[in-house]
Ligand binder design. Structure first.
Ligand SMILES: NC(=O)c1ccc[n+]([C@@H]2O[C@H](COP(=O)([O-])OP(=O)(O)OC[C@H]3O[C@@H](n4cnc5c(N)ncnc54)[C@H](OP(=O)(O)O)[C@@H]3O)[C@@H](O)[C@H]2O)c1
Length: 236
């Protein structure tokens, strides 16, 4: 199928890595449904912006309905929306816990379930979730159990979905970043954060975008957790 006929949903698309993924898909000709709480409709008829909290099933339903109503199909879902709260474990509040589970897990579950229902009709589709290498390699000095709890769950769910749908033409993969220069991290933190990687520097948003594009163009790859992390997953 030509890219001009492909339709992608990108969550967390108002800024950072998600916004760059939208730009990259558009550059390849895909039509895109972009969603986040603060997203605005761009001046591009081949992008539909849907504003809302992705942890709410009603938002996920509006996103999927918009893709079908405007573009007629869903080929790729990028579960990119995510929040990160680093704290010593006992200092996490109930609000922190609820907020992280809402975006990182509910924000995956509802839209993925609804998108796969549509993909099954075409017997093809691809789910890519953005996780974190912290889930398999915790870093001393970056206490972040809620990231591991949720993104580790997404890594496992990715493999589980890959197997469940392997014979249905639907693939599931994840991109596992190290620490990336996005609006999530203030520039004054970059030097210290860079030092946490074997390569000695942070990643660029384009590193994650390119990994998503690769996975989307790799029909024999499913169940893969593609680490894009400057060597963090290999050791230190
Ligand atoms: N940057 C890194 O170092 C890094 C490392 C590992 C993994 N990651 C993962 O990469 C993904 C993108 O991160 P980023 O660095 O681009 O972060 P970012 O700049 O903070 O962007 C996060 C995006 O998620 C959206 N979002 C947050 N809460 C939401 C909610 N309740 N409902 C809907 N959308 C919501 C935000 O939009 P609104 O505020 O408009 O809703 C925004 O578009 C995340 O899953 C993150 O965990 C990032």
């Amino acid at each position: 199928m030509s890219n001009a006929n492909k339709v992608a949903i990108v969550t967390g698309a108002s800024q950072g890595i998600g916004a760059e993924i939208v730009n990259a898909f558009r550059a390849q000709g895909y039509r895109v449904v972009a969603t986040a709480r603060s997203i605005r409709q761009p001046d591009d008829p081949n992008v539909v912006a849907v504003a809302g909290d992705i942890g709410d099933r009603a938002t996920a339903q509006r996103v999927v309905d918009a893709a079908i109503a405007k573009f007629g199909r869903i080929d790729t879902l990028v579960n990119n929306a995510g929040i990160f709260i680093a704290k010593p474990f006992t200092q996490y509040t109930q609000e922190d816990y609820a907020a992280v589970l809402n975006v990182n897990l509910n924000g995956f579950f509802h839209v993925t379930q609804l998108a796969i229902e549509q993909m099954e009709k075409n017997k093809s589709g691809h789910i890519v979730s953005i996780t974190t290498t912290l889930a398999d390699h915790a870093v001393s000095g970056v206490p972040s159990v809620l990231a591991s709890l949720t993104k580790g769950g997404l890594n496992s769910a990715t493999k589980s979905l890959a197997i469940e749908y392997a014979k249905s033409g639907i693939r599931a993969n994840a991109v596992s970043p190290g620490i990336i220069k996005s609006p999530m991290h203030a520039p004054e933190t970059h030097e210290a954060l860079g030092a946490l990687h074997p390569m000695g520097h942070m990643g660029e948003m384009s590193d994650i975008v390119n990994a998503v594009l690769y996975l989307d163009s790799a029909p024999f790859v499913t169940g893969e957790i593609l680490h894009v992390d400057g060597g963090q997953s290999a050791g230190h």
